[in-house]
Write a protein that binds this ligand. Structure first.
Ligand code: AMP
Length: 548
């Protein structure tokens, strides 16, 4: 028997409608690319996005067309998003940190017809425009005063389009499974692949992310969305903040410690989300200048594992709760969060910390399983490593244009490529990417676990661990350390620091001090590049093994 409730397609334009109707005066504050702080409201954003929708319609954009955005987090970027999605076109977020060749590949693969671009990225886009035959128009996200039409003939000015068009446009009224947004994965193996989010999947992800044990946002919050809008839709914040009616603060291009701290204070920020490297920079700035945030209550940290030292600093020095989160572009992105359940909440602080360093539990709407290479289920005992697989209404079903073929198993689960454990309390812990895990003598060693502990050494800024060929064991761990400015240290100091914290056979066979640990386009340690740089490196323990 069918139910008898109303049909109300879950389309994301309704989120901004809601913010306009019930939280129209709530502020959206941006550090603009032109320099000054710009203040607007959900009401104004709603109207301007509608005007922009009409501009896109006038340019011939129709349902299903891809429209790219190459931009930092600002109010204008949000207007562009809702303008695109409201009329059933697909908002394709582009990561400006990618190399030009990768960007061109992605734009051509997506067949973007129009690109919204921030001023600083205009020259590079212009230089490569001949390689982008499908791009018909470029809209520069600025006002007339900053428009540089002479150099870029035919480029359109965002503010002029907003002025020229009426806000009278119908949003939505299409199937809820219509594509809303497109985001390419970082592509550490092979070419980047497109994840095509739906209106429905995005709407459901928004509701799930608002759960108290997930992001737990409210209309009282002031949210600083540091995580870029091109990184899996700013982890959904540009939907969940207006859905909750929270104030939204956007950092533009400036994510250094001083700029972030300034926004935290001037905008009374209570909640923020970003990758660990952003928080490291903020901590350094606060320590160096004896500062403390006055209103900040909670930060969600994800994208890569959170080092213990970071959680301790936030908790003990500043009274800020850290929620560790795991997810991926393919999961919209929230997959698990480490909020305490009843059992963990009842523990002593140090035991609780142990759980907050894990990647956490899935919210309702995400199913997880752990299997071996043959797909057999593995126990949730907190020690058995396995492949982490995930299923749910906002998890990828197939990549754009069928790249990679069938990516689901017989039960419809997607293999995340992560290796993890799940404990008796249901807390998942990532031990590695499948391709980074170190295979030593038939057993697996977690590179992430060693590097997190090593990064907690007071002399270390950053640490990375890779597997290096070993004639006897197949692979052994090599620890690379970037020391704090002006610091010196010995290999023995780091090995002694690890001693007792990891199993003896996990001990790195060598420690190398490096000037730089390369980070990829979304701020994660680039192990592929490190492996390339360390190619041919012979471990002292390997040199000692006689050639066979
Ligand atoms: P992306 O799609 O670029 O966001 O990358 C997703 C991948 O980042 C995941 O599959 C994990 O390997 C990694 N990742 C995300 N969050 C975490 C976390 N909290 N701890 C460890 N790895 C993470």
């Amino acid at each position: 028997m069918q139910g008898l409730m109303q049909t109300w397609p879950l389309t994301v334009d309704k989120i901004l409608d809601h913010a306009n109707n019930w939280h129209g005066d709530r502020e959206v504050v941006s550090r603009s690319l032109e320099g000054p702080i710009v203040r607007t409201t959900y009401g104004a954003i709603h109207e301007r996005a509608k005007r922009l929708s009409n501009a896109l319609l006038a340019l011939g954009v129709s349902n299903g067309d891809r429209v790219g955005t190459l931009a930092w987090n600002t109010g204008r970027h949000i207007e562009a998003w809702y303008a695109i999605m409201g009329i059933g076109a697909v908002c394709h977020t582009l990561n400006p940190r990618l190399f030009a060749d990768q960007l061109c590949y992605i734009m051509n693969h997506a067949e973007d017809r129009i690109i919204f671009v921030d001023l600083p990225f205009l020259p590079i886009l212009w230089e490569h425009r001949e390689r982008l035959p499908k791009v018909e128009k470029i809209i520069v996200m600025t006002d007339r005063d900053h428009m540089v039409e002479a150099t870029y003939p035919g480029a359109l000015c965002f503010e002029t389009l907003v002025e020229q068009h009426s806000p009278d446009v119908v949003w939505g009224e299409f199937d809820e499974r219509t594509a809303a947004a497109l985001c390419y994965t970082s592509g550490t193996t092979g070419n980047p692949k497109g994840v095509l989010y739906e209106h429905r999947s995005t709407f459901l992800h928004t509701l799930v992310s608002l759960q108290a044990d997930a992001m737990g946002l409210s209309s009282r919050d002031s949210i600083l969305a540091v995580v870029p809008m091109y990184h899996a839709n700013a982890w959904g914040l540009t939907f969940s903040a207006p859905a909750a009616g929270a104030k939204l603060v956007l950092p533009g291009a400036k994510m250094d410690g001083a700029s972030i701290f300034e926004l935290l204070e001037t905008e009374h920020v209570t909640f923020s989300a970003a990758v660990p490297t952003v928080w490291q920079m903020l901590l350094q700035h606060m320590r160096a200048n004896s500062l403390r945030p006055s209103k900040l209550k909670r930060v969600v940290i994800g994208g890569s594992a959170v080092p213990e030292a970071l959680v301790r600093a936030f908790r003990d020095d500043y009274g800020v709760e850290v929620v560790h989160a795991w997810g991926m572009t393919e999961t919209s992105p929230l997959g698990t969060l480490s909020s305490p359940n009843a059992a963990v909440a009842a523990m002593e602080p140090d035991e609780r910390l142990y759980y907050s360093l894990k990647q956490g539990r899935p919210p309702a709407g995400i199913e997880l399983k752990l299997t071996d290479d043959d797909g057999n289920l593995l126990p949730h005992d907190g020690t058995t490593f396995g492949r982490l697989k995930v299923r749910g209404p906002f998890v990828v079903g197939a990549y754009f244009r069928g790249e990679g073929g069938n990516i689901l198993d017989d039960e419809g689960y997607f293999d995340t490529g992560d290796v993890a454990t799940i404990d008796e309390l249901g807390y998942m812990q990532i031990t590695d990417r499948a391709k980074d895990v170190i295979k030593s003598g038939g057993e697996w060693i977690s590179s992430i676990e060693i590097e997190n502990i090593a990064a907690g050494h007071p002399k270390a800024t950053l640490a990375a661990v890779i597997g290096v060929h070993h004639p006897k064991w197949e692979e052994r761990p090599l620890l690379l350390v970037k020391l704090n400015e002006g610091e010196t240290a010995t290999r023995e100091e780091f090995l002694a620091f690890l001693d007792g914290k990891i199993a003896k056979w996990w001990m790195p066979d060598d420690v190398v001090f490096v000037e730089e640990i390369p980070l990829g386009a979304t701020g994660k340690i680039d192990k592929k590049l490190i492996r390339q740089r360390m190619e041919g490196y012979v471990l002292p323990t390997a040199a000692a093994v006689p050639a066979q």
